[in-house]
Design a protein around this ligand. Structure first.
Ligand SMILES: Cc1cc2nc3c(=O)[nH]c(=O)nc-3n(C[C@H](O)[C@H](O)[C@H](O)COP(=O)(O)O)c2cc1C
Length: 353
């Protein structure tokens, strides 16, 4: 099975990839089978620098893995061919700013099969762990502003980033896994929730000030090129970026000025300007170049990454350079990874916002 990790250009070695999938077991594992699987996986993951969470419930596996892109690729080579499961569905795959599961390598969890329960109990006793249920509510409601507020207020009370991560964010991720196993949330909720927690984890690791928290989640404005009639591509992208944990806004402006106004107001980390996916019309390129220029002007801190897309880029010879953009997507596959790389590079070049 081909994944975005193979398709996208992977950047510097310190980046962390995250891959989440679900699958169906081809056998009925006993507690001992699961323990053995987890035990073997743990030692290989440890050697590869991979962390994550593996859940099993009534014939279904759910696993989230995070680690260096190369390690994840070689691990995925094995896991995807493993005959013990089938119907593998990749739920999310992206570059993450920091690990969510820093302190644990892997946990196989199936009611009474949880073999790290001592560690779990120890964590559960911590003062911050009492906040797990309210954090879960925020996560399941998709309330990233609420999550950031909660964490910022803990930082204000003097809690350090590592403690918040270890005793609140990571246990919340585990508790979400438990919620999935008891059918209290869907794998979709769990996948999005883990993305949100990954971003919150990144924020607390990197000085959890309110300003840092605001930029913990990459944001993108998905816009159709002014006047374009076909907006399907933009809507498809919205799902993809939301799934990858980004803050997504959409715009269907009727003029360059309208788009510029929205960009000036929102100052997103990236803007994607989409031409029609259906009709290749070469003459739209000159107009798009003007739109890109106006958009850059509207984001004066030159930190916004400008991406373009449409049929001209997919199967005609048009390139990002033709229109002065940073990136041209030929397909939606790998776009969120590529744009995350570009944002990171811009921040390295110019410093944070
Ligand atoms: C659902 C599931 C999850 C797995 N997760 C891991 C894992 O995280 N790490 C790992 O090393 N092996 C994992 N395995 C086992 C691998 O598929 C594979 O058997 C093992 O890595 C040995 O690889 P090899 O057969 O290529 O030598 C998993 C297997 C299944 C069925």
């Amino acid at each position: 099975m081909s994944t975005q990790l193979e398709d996208a250009a992977i950047g510097p070695s310190d980046w962390t990839s995250s891959l989440t999938y679900q699958s169906r077991a081809t056998f009925r594992p006993t507690a001992a089978d699961l323990r053995e699987l987890a035990w073997k996986a743990r030692s290989r993951n440890h050697a590869l620098g991979v962390t994550g969470m593996l859940l099993y419930d009534r014939g279904r596996f759910f696993q989230t893995l995070e680690g260096p892109p190369e390690s994840l690729k070689s691990l995925w080579d094995s896991i995807s061919k493993d005959q013990r499961h089938t119907d593998i569905e990749i739920l999310s795959e992206h570059i993450i700013p920091a690990r969510l599961f820093g302190a644990w390598d892997l946990l196989s969890c199936h009611g009474d099969v949880a073999d790290d329960s001592d560690v779990r109990r120890a964590k559960a006793g911590h003062e911050l762990t009492r906040l797990v249920p309210s954090l879960i509510d925020l996560v399941l409601n998709g309330d990233d502003i609420g999550i950031n507020k909660t964490i910022a207020s803990l930082a204000d009370q003097g809690w350090d980033g590592d403690t918040i991560l270890t005793h609140l964010i990571e246990p919340t991720a585990r508790a979400l896994g438990d919620a999935w196993m008891s059918d209290d949330c869907s794998e979709f909720d769990l996948t999005i929730g883990l993305s949100m927690l990954q971003l919150a984890g990144h924020a607390v690791r990197n000085s959890p000030t309110p300003a840092a928290l605001r930029q913990s989640r990459y944001s993108i404005l998905l816009a159709s090129a002014p006047g374009e009639p076909h907006t399907l591509g933009t809507s498809l992208l919205a799902d993809l970026f939301t799934d990858a944990g980004w803050h997504v806004d959409m715009a269907f402006p009727d003029s360059n000025q309208a788009l510029a106004n929205q960009l000036a107001k929102q100052q997103p980390d990236a803007v994607d300007i989409g031409l029609s996916e259906a009709v290749p019309r070469e003459h739209t390129l000159a107009k798009l170049r003007e739109t890109v220029e106006r958009s850059r002007f509207a984001a004066p801190d030159h930190l916004t990454v400008v991406s373009v897309g449409g049929r001209l880029f997919a199967d005609a010879a048009a390139t990002a350079e033709n229109v002065g953009a940073d990136h041209a997507r030929k397909t939606v596959v790998g776009t969120s990874i590529k744009l995350a790389e570009l944002i990171k590079l811009k921040r390295q070049e110019h410093g944070p916002r």
